[in-house]
Design a protein around this ligand. Structure first.
Ligand code: GRG
Length: 292
């Protein structure tokens, strides 16, 4: 399948999930739908699906994992936008969830997305139940929980919060934060793609390692985009808040060169690991050129 068709398969799957959600009194489910509806780029689900395909897997086996990583990513954005964290009013070109609803609803929707992601990962969605092999289900839960929790994304966010407004950090601190905050979920997306194609443990570990490089490159590009107006989120905020960013540490050409180098290393790894890696490689190379 081409990336276009995989995007379509993911959108259909997401729509089916939407349709299956309850309609109860109150804002909660409406806000939950609003969160999932946003015009995100769906990078992580695409990495799951493309990696699954590169390893000769079946797309139906990868869709639950693709939705699960997008749900965790969406929860992280919702919580990151809250007044107690980044206090952002704009996300994906429209009001953040706590602005469109309220803080309590945003907190609860984020909590629910995080938890429900593991349900979707292991059981699929009501219209399309999924029963992964028990060893694959266990491997996916291990990978996704480790990458999203304290040792992964949340821990990276905590380090980011610590360093905000402080000086005296090194490039190692910067890489450490972003490897966890951004890199781990992207690495998990590639690892889950591998597991859904029944790849062996060594291959999955290597997919994860290559994925961390893709994740770091993705963050570097995100930092360069912080200076751009009109990309659907508040521009220049990282700099104004004294955040630890690659742009605070190096020039734009240096940052872009680092992103290119990390991407090339990752692409070489995928070529070695996956017999049909071309679509995956092209997609990852394209992330360097993104404008949003
Ligand atoms: C609050 C638990 C918690 C974690 C927060 C991921 C994160 C950690 C915060 C989000 C803010 C941020 C800029 C994170 C860096 C990762 C990143 C570049 C997110 C944006 O991802 P895109 O560009 O977003 O894929 P879309 O909207 O396209 O899905």
């Amino acid at each position: 399948m081409t990336p276009f068709h995989l995007q379509g398969a993911f959108s259909d799957y997401l729509c089916s999930y939407h349709r299956s959600l309850p309609r109860e009194r109150g804002d909660f489910w409406e806000a939950y739908r609003y969160a999932l509806d946003g015009a995100g780029k769906r990078v992580r689900p695409m990495l799951v699906l493309l990696c699954n395909q590169a390893l000769g897997g079946r797309v139906a086996n990868a869709l639950p994992a693709a939705l699960a990583v997008e749900m965790i990513h969406t929860y992280s954005l919702i919580h990151d936008d809250l007044p107690c964290m980044d206090d952002d009013r704009l996300r994906r070109g429209r009001p953040t969830l706590h602005m469109a609803y309220d803080e309590a609803t945003a907190l609860l929707v984020g909590d629910a997305l995080l938890t429900d992601a593991f349900h979707v990962l292991t059981t699929g969605i009501p219209d399309m139940p999924h029963s992964p092999r028990p060893d694959d289900a266990l491997a996916m839960v291990r990978e996704l929980s480790a990458c999203s929790g304290g040792l992964g994304m949340v821990g990276g966010q905590a380090m980011d919060t610590y360093w905000t407004g402080r000086t005296g950090y090194s490039q190692q601190d910067l890489d450490g934060i972003h490897r966890r905050k951004t890199g781990h979920l992207i690495a998990a997306s590639l690892a889950l793609g591998g597991i859904s194609a029944h790849a062996d443990e060594t291959t999955v570990r290597e997919l994860h390692t290559c994925g961390e490089r893709v994740g770091l490159a993705f963050q570097i590009i995100d930092d360069t985009l912080d200076e751009t107006v009109g990309i659907g989120k508040t521009s220049g905020k990282d700099l104004a808040q004294g955040k630890l960013t690659y742009r605070a540490m190096m020039s734009r050409p240096e940052a872009l060169a680092r992103a290119r180098q990390l991407t090339e290393e990752a692409l070489a790894g995928f070529k070695r690991l996956a017999p049909k890696a071309e679509e995956l490689q092209n997609y990852i190379a394209g992330l360097l050129e993104r404008r949003i």
